[in-house]
Design a protein around this ligand. Structure first.
Ligand SMILES: Cc1cc2nc3c(=O)[nH]c(=O)nc-3n(C[C@H](O)[C@H](O)[C@H](O)COP(=O)(O)O)c2cc1C
Length: 214
């Protein structure tokens, strides 16, 4: 594809709008409302979100993870506590999340602090996963170098044999992080790039809502 062809990729986001009076006073409630609409719009993996972290040297990185729970505490995903992202978070809990629901021309940006969820919460979620996913999590030393795909597959075969008649319990290095939001922005695409944007920011215990220029 030429530069010109990429530059000419344009969509008109005309169908919906977002007004102050439409918004819930709490951004997590507003998120849940939009999340239901993303599901209704049949978006493939509406719970896929880009997680950005910053390491101890100030170096940023991003990757996609899946939202597994959202409530008044925040937005929870599960991962390996020895992974790159986890070592970033342990050094600096400030993270950003980003959802793109392109079919309905919406983006949600979240900034906040990630903290490990209680072990009992990770246990309950681990136990609810299919056996293959549980063993897969155990087989992978996420983010570390491996010599070959075979190494990973052999490790999985060993685990399948070991847990043929036995339930695995959650490895100590696997569990959830909950991102407690301090800023949440809702972006609705509109015509002629005059999009609607509203940012919630926490001022003391209160959420302040501002309309931002697109
Ligand atoms: C759609 C999708 C969903 C993913 N979900 C997760 C997830 O929930 N947890 C996770 O640790 N990695 C998930 N991954 C893999 C991560 O993007 C990433 O490759 C992995 O966590 C290692 O990241 P790190 O080395 O930066 O720690 C997902 C990837 C994709 C494309």
């Amino acid at each position: 594809m030429s530069d010109k062809e990429i530059q000419d990729l344009r969509r008109d986001y005309g169908r919906r709008d977002l007004n102050l009076e439409d918004l819930q006073t709490n951004p997590v409630e507003q998120f849940m409302f939009w999340f239901d609409q993303a599901r209704e719009a049949d978006i493939y993996e509406p719970n896929a979100m880009t997680l950005s972290t910053v390491n101890a040297n100030g170096h940023p990185s991003s990757r996609v993870v899946l939202l597994k729970d959202v409530d008044a505490n925040g937005f929870t995903f599960y991962t390996n506590y020895d992974s790159q992202k986890a070592s970033d978070i342990e050094a600096n809990g400030l993270v950003a999340l980003n959802f793109l629901w392109d079919r309905i021309h919406r983006q949600v940006r979240i900034e906040g602090r990630a903290e490990r969820v209680p072990a009992s919460v990770s246990d309950a979620y681990f136990d609810s996963r299919p056996l293959g996913s549980r063993l897969g999590a155990m087989a992978s030393n996420q983010s570390s170098e491996i010599a070959s795909r075979e190494e990973l597959e052999n490790r999985m075969l060993e685990l399948e044999a070991r847990f043929a008649d036995d339930e695995p319990s959650r490895p100590a290095n696997w569990g959830g992080y909950c991102v407690k939001p301090s800023m949440v922005e809702f972006w609705q695409g509109r015509t002629s790039r005059l999009h609607d944007r509203f940012a919630y920011t926490l001022v003391g215990d209160e959420w302040r809502i501002r309309r931002l220029a697109p």
